[in-house]
Design a protein. Structure first.
Length: 246
């Protein structure tokens, strides 16, 4: 795929959403921090240790919402009842905390809007022009709203998000199942698909799924960690892959 930065046998591109296509990873991180800091403050008092960027990268980024809550709380030695999907945001259960974060996220999206990375939009448009299929693979249940807000929903043939994963009973990242499902829906074998991710959990999914190529997108200075978790190449922006076309 001369000019696309991909091996010749790649026929489909599977893109994570937050941090790869849209400038929403920071919004997610802010919503998680507000949620967890409020919970920890109430539980442990003013001397609590705040949720930080390292916590976000290691325990939350790229994972389904409830999995992220459980992973972070376990890192602090905290166990909560799981609860149910419809737990109110004020309830201190795994799903309650997840729903609290989601309510904060949606409010931030409504008030601040969503932007797509120009380099990512250019790259997706270019690979589609070259005849490759495209999919969004996100653990977010709000992927449709984010894509619509950013005005890029028409650039993708398939969307496997948190809603679809729940309907099809697919485990989320770091398991490869959502990426494998996207490749299946596009009619390509995993070896003919490239994965584009910024999260370490997404890197793990790309590696374990035996995809043809795994592109790490480093927006926060974790290039070495992305390589350690399976990236074949790391770029700061997808437009860097188009260097032969510049």
């Amino acid at each position: 795929m001369r000019g696309l930065g991909l091996p010749e046998d790649i026929r489909a591109c599977l893109f994570d959403l937050d941090g790869v296509l849209t400038v929403t990873a920071v919004v997610h991180a802010a919503a998680w921090k507000e949620t967890f800091d409020d919970f920890l403050r109430r539980r442990e008092g003013p001397g609590f240790r705040p949720f930080d960027a390292a916590d976000y990268d290691q325990y939350v980024d790229g994972r389904p919402r409830a999995d992220g809550v459980e992973a972070f709380l376990a890192s602090r030695g905290i166990e909560l009842p799981g609860g149910s999907d419809d737990d109110p945001p004020e309830l201190d259960t795994v799903h309650g905390l997840g729903n609290r974060k989601n309510a904060l996220l949606l409010e931030k999206i409504r008030t601040e809007g969503v932007e797509a990375y120009p380099g990512s939009v250019r790259y997706v448009e270019t690979v589609r022009s070259a005849g490759l299929s495209t999919a969004v693979v996100s653990s977010s249940a709000n992927a449709h709203d984010v894509l619509t807000s950013a005005g890029i929903q028409a650039l993708f043939d398939v969307r496997i998000d948190g809603v679809v994963a729940a309907e099809r009973k697919l485990p989320g990242k770091p398991h490869p199942d959502t990426f494998l499902e996207a490749a299946h829906d596009l009619g390509v074998e995993p070896g003919a698909a490239a994965v584009f991710e910024d999260a370490l959990a997404g890197m793990d999914a790309g590696r374990s799924g035996r995809f043809g190529y795994v592109v790490g997108v480093d927006r926060v200075g974790q290039a070495d960690a992305l390589r350690e978790h399976g990236a074949d190449i790391v770029v700061g922006d997808l437009a860097e892959l188009l260097k032969d076309r510049m």
